[in-house]
Design a protein around this ligand. Structure first.
Ligand code: SAH
Ligand code: DHB
Ligand code: MG
Length: 223
C-alpha cells in the first residue's frame, strides 16, 4: 500500500515545486497517460524525479540503469540528464507497463536514449556484462528483491557511481518491530542488514514527507 500523504505535505511539495520545477508537457503526459491506462499511481514525485535528474548530472552520468519502469516517469527524469550519446536501460516485468512507458518515452523524444527490457529484472541484470561500467542505478521494483538488485548494481556500477533505492522508509514501518508479515518491509530490512557490513558501498537513508507520503531514498556510493 502506498503511504498516505498528509495534505500539508502535498501543499509544501507544490509550493516548492512552483519555484523550482517548471511545468512540463512530456512529464504531465506520462502521468496522465499512465493514469488513464490504469497503471498504479506509485511513480516518484516531481521533486524526487528532479533529485534523480540532478544527481545524474552531478556525477556526469552517461550510462544509467533503472529497475522498475512503470510508465516511465522516473525514466524520463533520469534520461533527460544524459548527454547526446548517453543511454538508459530500464527493466520492467509487466508487458502493459512497458507498453505505456514506451509511449511516454517516445512522446518525450527520448526513444533513442532509452531501452526498456521486458522480464524479471534479476534475470535481465545477471545477463549484463560488468564492462563497460554504469554510472547510476535506480532501484524501484519489487521490494523483496532489493538485496539481489543491490548486489547486481554493485557489480555493474563504477567506483564513484551511485545506487539509489526507493521506498526504504515506508511510513516508518521498516523500523516498526510490530510489522513482521509484510514481504516488502522484510525486503528493505534485508537490504539494510546486508549494508551494515558491505564494504563495496557507503550509504545513507534520507526520509522524506511530501506528495508521496512519508517514505525515503537510500543513497549509496560505490567505493
Ligand atoms: N520507477 C517508476 C515506478 C516503478 S513502480 C517511477 O518512479 O516512475 C515498480 C515497477 O516495478 C512496476 O511497474 C512493476 O511492474 C515493476 N516490477 C515488479 N516486479 C518486477 C520484477 N521482478 N522485475 C522487473 N520489474 C518489476
Ligand atoms: C509502491 C511501490 C513503489 O515503488 C512506490 O514508490 C510506492 C508504492 C507499492 O507497491 O505500493
Ligand atoms: Mg517507488
Amino acid at each position: 500500500m502506498p503511504p498516505e500523504p498528509n495534505p500539508e505535505w502535498i501543499r509544501s511539495d507544490l509550493y516548492h515545486n512552483s519555484f523550482l520545477i517548471a511545468r512540463d508537457d512530456a512529464l504531465e503526459h506520462a502521468r496522465k497517460n499512465s493514469d488513464s491506462q490504469g497503471l498504479p499511481e506509485i511513480a516518484v514525485s516531481a521533486a524526487q524525479g528532479k533529485l534523480l535528474n540532478l544527481n545524474a548530472r552531478s556525477i556526469g552520468a552517461k550510462r544509467i540503469l533503472e529497475v522498475g519502469t512503470l510508465g516511465g516517469y522516473s525514466t524520463i527524469w533520469l534520461a533527460r540528464a544524459l548527454p547526446e550519446d548517453g543511454e538508459l536501460v530500464t527493466f520492467e516485468l509487466s508487458e502493459k507497463h512497458a507498453k505505456v512507458a514506451q509511449e511516454n518515452i517516445d512522446y518525450a523524444g527520448l526513444t533513442s536514449k532509452v531501452k526498456i527490457v521486458l522480464g524479471p529484472a534479476a534475470e535481465s541484470l545477471k545477463k549484463l556484462s560488468s564492462e563497460p561500467k554504469w554510472d547510476l542505478v535506480f532501484i524501484d521494483a519489487d521490494k523483496p528483491s532489493n538485496l539481489t538488485y543491490l548486489l547486481e548494481a554493485e557489480r555493474l556500477v563504477r567506483k564513484g557511481g551511485v545506487i539509489i533505492v526507493d521506498n526504504v522508509v515506508r511510513q516508518g514501518r521498516v523500523a516498526d518491530p510490530d510489522v513482521n508479515d509484510d514481504n516488502n518491509i522484510i525486503g528493505v530490512r534485508k537490504l539494510l542488514e546486508h549494508l551494515k557490513t558491505d564494504k563495496n558501498v557507503d550509504a545513507t537513508t534520507i526520509a522524506t514527507v511530501g506528495e508521496k507520503g512519508y517514505d525515503g531514498f537510500l543513497y549509496a556510493v560505490r567505493l
